[in-house]
Design a binder for this molecule. Structure first.
Ligand SMILES: *Cc1c(COP(=O)(O)O)cnc(C)c1O
Length: 397
């Protein structure tokens, strides 16, 4: 018998576990121990899934929709996804271009796996969603980070993208509205960035998970609709988790040009197969029962918008903090660099002293910021921001 086992794989040793889930877990553990924690770390709506969606899933389950389904999704759901892209963006596609996967996270990962090989480089705009660098590494490729800080509203310029491109660059990741900053690119800004990707013949992974969570009358842009050339190279990821408060259901969607969609479906057929069959009927109801779904979304957005404005105003009252007003998602990304502490230290002390949970910006590749999710109760936001102000006052000399 050998005394030491062989090393685990490169993949296992190099993966970084999700820092956002880690902060959230620590906050929940403190809470379970009886502490009064104000959690700003969670990346999910604090609302329950709308009733009609649950009912449709229950009916499907009772009706025996308990068997394997086609890998890329049940036919009526893929058709409904095609229909909604046409209705919302005028984008014409065939159901064969749609893949339903176990969560938008997995849709992103499969998009990376379908386009990137070892040695390839992927442009990852920072602040980035925590999973992109890890997905790129798991494909054997290398993430190239390009940081856009609050001076440019956390949005890249075409020149910044172009400067990061090398002969090895294969894929550009875009995420508007953004997690963690809530930043939304204008259509013109995206056009200019996508022109650079077209010039250098890159694939684009456009993560549009927060497309419906926009404020102030802002319109989201579906990158694939920018031009025929954009459509031919863009993998569009979206889903149900954030828009319909369905994070636990694990359903995301990909819309891609036919050859890429076929590759993604084949990868999925070996890695996970279909999304839980009866859950797909719930997703179908979310798209089909439009009025009920729209009413539920409106209710959620009214609450998010109120909290967004409140939190933004309160943060900017705190000496030493500056915060942009984000136009999308449910996050604010205040700058805390004036306090002379690392953001990790800031968050650790904030949690220890004041029982306020926030994720440090460095988890998203942007040192000197916090990510605060306002997908939580108004009372918690109010109490939490008061504590944050008190904490900051102890730092300022
Ligand atoms: C939440 C999120 C996803 C995926 O969510 P799932 O829960 O896997 O559907 C993808 N991208 C971003 C930016 C997100 O915030």
């Amino acid at each position: 018998m050998s005394s030491t086992l062989p090393l685990l794989s490169t993949w296992a040793r190099n993966v970084s576990p999700s820092p956002t889930l880690a902060v959230d877990a620590k906050a929940k553990a403190l809470q379970a121990a009886g502490e009064d924690v104000c959690g700003f770390a969670a990346g999910e709506p604090d609302f329950d899934t709308p009733e009609h969606i649950k009912e449709a899933c229950i009916a499907a389950l009772k009706g025996g929709k308990t068997k394997y389904a086609p890998t890329p999704g049940i036919e009526p759901l893929r058709q409904a996804i095609v229909d909604r892209y046409l209705a919302e963006y005028g984008l014409k596609a065939a159901p064969s271009q749609v893949i339903v996967s176990p969560g938008g996270k997995y849709n992103c990962y499969l998009g990376v796996l379908a386009t990137c090989s070892p040695g390839d480089e992927v442009i990852v705009p920072a602040p980035y969603w925590v999973s992109y660098p890890e997905m790129v590494k798991l494909a054997g490729a290398t993430p190239k980070f390009v940081l856009a800080d609050d001076r440019t509203g956390f949005r890249l310029t075409p020149a910044m993208v172009e400067a990061a491109i090398t002969p090895r660059t294969k894929l550009l990741i875009l995420n508007s509205p953004s997690n963690p900053t809530g930043a939304v690119y204008t259509r013109q800004e995206l056009e200019a960035i996508v022109a650079v990707a077209i010039k250098h013949n890159l694939y684009i992974l456009s993560d549009e998970m927060y497309e419906h969570l926009v404020y102030d009358g802002v319109k989201p842009t579906c990158v694939a609709t920018l031009s025929k050339e954009a459509e031919a190279r863009t993998i569009t990821v979206a889903g149900f988790s954030k828009t319909y408060a369905m994070t636990g259901w694990r359903i995301g969607t990909t819309l891609a040009p036919a050859p890429i969609a076929k590759a993604i479906s084949e990868l999925q057929s070996q890695m996970s197969s279909n999304v839980t069959t009866f859950a797909q009927y719930g997703a179908l109801a979310a798209l089909k029962e439009k009025e009920k779904t729209a009413a539920a979304l409106k209710l959620m957005m009214t609450a998010f918008d109120r909290r967004r404005k409140f939190l933004h105003a309160e943060l900017n009252k705190i000496p030493g903090i500056t915060c942009l007003l984000a136009e999308g998602a449910f996050y604010l990304f205040p700058n805390i660099s004036s306090f002379g502490l690392s953001d990790v230290e800031f968050c650790n002390r904030l949690l220890d002293q004041e029982k306020v949970a926030a994720v440090p910006g460095s988890a998203f590749g942007a040192e000197g910021y916090l990510r605060l999710s306002y997908a939580t109760g108004d009372d918690i936001i109010q109490k939490g921001v008061t504590r944050l102000a008190r904490f900051c006052a102890t730092l300022k000399k």
